[in-house]
Design a protein around this ligand. Structure first.
Ligand SMILES: [Zn+2]
Ligand SMILES: [Zn+2]
Length: 570
């Protein structure tokens, strides 16, 4: 068990206590313990029972529970709660907008103990009639149930990356002499993954297969499997697994065929033949040779989507793709001034420690009161602290920024004289997300046309697998950014990855730069930049078109020249 899973189990026990009407004092003590554990920087796994008991809110009994969780993955009280909870209720508890209290009412009044029963009750209008529910709640529940059903078996790339790596390792140990490759969507670093796919070429196929069939972690579905492919499902989480088999001679073309998307395979290399047809010739012995033999520039695996990359490769127009090493600084970050977990200084020191040249801090603006948005006074105070830190930490630089809310009419939420005090401004939408495409596009364009806007933050507001973003006319937005010299963020939080990689090339073609921003609310989230780079690469992003690939000096000049232009205009 790790720190995160442990916190999840505590959260679960709180939900179940509420569901079963446990003593409110006990519930409250668990809640306050959870809050301080979430706030703390320490990894609970490394703490002794005595050290645990010293954390505020964690008393003796909670300390014991945590110790038991660490040793046995559970604790007696949680087991007791689980025993008296119907299994289907656990799933109902996961539905967004339904807290334990509402779930309890549904259970007691309508006997609902599964999502299936809940859906039926909603569709027949029974849920709306319960006191405290109503039509609107019922509609929301239906929507959330549908959304959940459509997302079953889907995982964020970042959420299953480690697991797929472990599976690969297990397979490698089972068949050390075999050729092995990860193929499918994961090999192309798609943002949402539905299947872990592997290709194995072995001279001892029968032996390898029987070892794989005996794997405890996977339930094989023999009806869907054949002599060349085993299909199944992981037992632990809802993820499909496919393992393809071939001879060692066929390994390379099989690998290339299974990594590519169907659209890539269908793309025409010349007038007569598609990628798939060229691959079948097997007249190459290395991956790079396949491309050179067909007069194509090498296409990196993550770009093999059928998204125009074959055309680009014919003209040798694929740029050298951005790498993590190219990034010289980290923009769009939060500190304890608004809703961040770490102080400005901690954020800056850690950024420097990681080898970056600069940090762009952009806490929430005053309209985002729920996130502790900054008043004009707090901005002044933050700027003084930044000035002092810039002296102390030189040549490292902190740039003064703000994540200014885009109001419903597209305005930013400070007056110009305040906006003028920042080095850069990230303009983002955080409220009123249910707009139609016309209103949303106009709102964003108004913000883009604001001369103080430097970067457009998370353009659609989407949260993958959780919330669809508002609809946007992406091309109109990108054109407006080109006309107003505004950079677009690729928000690197694995839930967002917004701007979507499918629009990166259009942006670059219009001369619009992209910025890989972690939107970090804690130091450790700097690591998310990796996922921003992955999707940037999928979209064909180059170092030259990446804002934070600029050195500290370059970006300082860039921010200044924008501000100078504003002064001239006035
Ligand atoms: Zn934001
Ligand atoms: Zn943010």
């Amino acid at each position: 068990m790790d720190h995160k899973t442990l916190l999840k189990k505590i959260k679960l026990s709180i939900q179940l206590m509420e569901l079963h009407d446990e003593n409110p004092f006990k519930i409250r003590s668990y809640q306050s313990a959870l809050i301080s554990l979430e706030r703390g920087d320490q990894d609970i796994m490394g703490l002794s029972e005595a050290e645990l008991a010293k954390i505020q809110g964690v008393g003796k009994s909670m300390g014991e529970a945590i110790q038991q969780l660490k040793e046995t993955d559970t604790f007696p009280f949680l087991e007791e709660l689980l025993t008296k909870t119907p299994e289907g209720i656990m799933e109902v508890l996961q539905i967004k907008g339904l807290g334990p209290k509402k779930v309890k009412i549904l259970w007691e009044e309508l006997g609902i103990t599964s999502t299936h029963e809940l859906m039926e009750a909603c569709q027949s209008g029974k849920v709306a009639k319960i006191k405290g529910f109503g039509e609107k709640t019922q509609d929301t529940i239906i929507q959330n149930l549908e959304f959940k059903a459509s997302n079953a078996g889907k995982w964020l790339y970042a959420a299953i990356e480690e697991l797929i790596g472990q599976l690969e390792e297990t397979l490698r140990l089972m068949a050390p002499e075999a050729d092995l490759a990860i193929v499918g969507d994961f090999a192309r670093q798609i943002e949402v993954i539905t299947e872990a796919e592997f290709l194995i070429a072995s001279d001892e196929m029968a032996a390898v297969k029987s070892k794989i069939k005996a794997m405890e972690s996977i339930e094989w579905i023999l009806l869907e499997s054949g002599p060349r492919t085993l299909r199944g499902k992981l037992k632990e989480i809802d993820l499909r697994v496919s393992i393809h088999f071939c001879s060692k001679e066929d390994f390379l073309w099989k690998k290339l065929s299974l990594i590519a998307s169907p659209f890539h395979l269908d793309s025409m290399v010349d007038e007569k033949e598609s990628v798939a047809q060229k691959l079948q010739k097997k007249d190459y012995s290395r991956e790079a040779e396949f491309f050179s033999r067909n007069n194509l520039q090498f296409i990196p695996a993550e770009m093999r989507e059928g998204f125009g990359e074959v055309e680009l490769a014919k003209e040798h127009k694929i740029p050298e793709l951005l790498t993590e090493k190219d990034l010289k600084g980290i923009l769009h970050n939060h500190s304890t001034y608004s809703d961040g977990k770490h102080s400005l200084k901690q954020m800056a020191m850690y950024c420097k420690e990681l080898g970056y040249e600069y940090l762009g801090i952009s806490d929430h603006s005053k309209t985002a009161f729920y996130a502790g948005g900054l008043t004009e006074d707090q901005i002044l105070k933050q700027h003084q602290e930044i000035d002092a830190l810039n002296v102390e930490m030189a040549p490292f630089r902190i740039f003064k920024g703000i994540e200014s809310d885009i109001l419903s009419d597209g305005k930013l939420d400070y007056v110009d004289s305040v906006l003028a005090t920042f080095d850069f401004i990230v303009a983002s939408v955080h409220s009123i997300l249910n707009m139609d495409i016309k209103r949303a596009t106009t709102r964003l364009i108004t913000a883009i046309e604001n001369p103080y806007t430097t970067i457009l933050g998370h353009p659609t507001g989407r949260l993958l697998l959780r919330r669809q973003g508002y609809p946007l006319d992406h091309k109109a937005i990108i054109d407006a950014c080109a006309a107003n010299n505004v950079v677009i963020e690729i928000n690197a939080n694995p839930w967002r990855l917004d701007l979507d990689w499918r629009y990166v090339r259009y942006a670059m073609d219009q001369g619009v730069m992209l910025s890989i921003n972690p939107d970090a609310h804690a130091m450790e989230s700097y690591a998310d930049m990796k996922y921003g780079v992955l999707v940037g690469r999928k979209g064909g992003l180059s170092k030259e078109m990446t804002l934070n690939a600029m050195t500290g000096e370059e970006i300082g000049t860039y921010f200044n020249s924008r501000l100078e232009k504003l002064k001239v205009k006035k």
